[in-house]
Write a protein that binds this ligand. Structure first.
Ligand SMILES: [Fe+2]
Length: 248
């Protein structure tokens, strides 16, 4: 199956200054490129909203996604509100308390979608995750907004990391198969490996960060999506595709 991941849209309300970036047009450009890849599934991996969760913004995004006629799903980032997100995207029945985490099966491939909008994987979710992993006997693919490993991006690792990443890593490392994790949040393209984990950090559709700096600094404004192919035998391939232009 082919999945396209789009992340960190940071769509603002009309009239909000977004540092000169047309975040709506960026998203539309990336969606057009995504459609051309003919994916079986489109995943928006959090930070759909510019600052805080906003139903009008979610509705605007949903209308664009529905128009594509491609199956899609969404998870929350730290700039989202899972309850509003679930309500707007008809996923309210999937809420666990105020969290939106879930499992979906595509043929024999199981994909887990986690919730880290508060910067942690909650105790309740860890219990659920542990139970799900116990019942899986093959490699697994997981989407979550925050990388569960230090990403080598000082500004993000120091200021905005997944707060309980050691606990999450222990759980993942106890799983006897490989885990491919697809994240956003860091606004960079990176791959980080540790034990049975391969963490792919996908660039944003807003801007990319200078990953050498401790202080916030934009590296460039070229936007991207990630194409992920899961083969019948479970092999996972992934490629970041940058859109031409916008590199100013
Ligand atoms: Fe984020």
């Amino acid at each position: 199956m082919k999945i396209v991941q789009i992340t960190d849209l940071h769509i603002a309300n009309e009239g909000t200054e977004t540092f000169g970036v047309d975040v709506r047009q960026n998203f539309l450009d990336v969606l057009k490129a995504a459609k051309e890849l003919l994916p079986d599934l489109l995943v928006l991996s959090g930070d759909l909203c510019y600052d805080t969760g906003d139903q009008h913004i979610y509705q605007w995004i949903k209308a664009r996604l529905d128009f594509l006629k491609i199956p899609y799903t969404v998870i929350s980032g730290n700039h989202d509100e899972p309850g509003l997100l679930a309500k707007t995207f008809d996923m309210e029945h999937m809420l666990v308390g105020d969290e939106l985490y879930f499992k979906r099966a595509f043929g024999k491939h199981v994909i887990l979608f986690l919730e880290t909008s508060k910067g942690i994987v909650s105790e309740g979710q860890l219990e659920w995750l542990s139970h799900e992993l116990d019942h899986l006997s093959n490699d697994v693919v997981i989407f979550m907004h925050h990388p569960p490993l230090i990403g080598g991006v000082p500004h993000m690792d120091i200021n905005y990391p997944l707060q309980n990443m050691e606990e999450v890593q222990r759980l993942f490392n106890g799983f006897p198969h490989h885990i491919s994790i697809f994240c956003g949040h860091y606004h960079v393209e990176k791959v980080v490996c540790s034990g049975n984990l391969t963490v792919h950090i996908t660039p944003s559709t807003y801007f990319q960060m200078d990953w050498h700096q401790e202080n916030f600094k934009v590296d460039h404004y070229q936007v991207a999506l990630r194409e992920i192919v899961i083969r019948e035998n479970g092999t996972v391939e992934s490629t970041v595709i940058y859109l031409p232009g916008n590199r100013f």
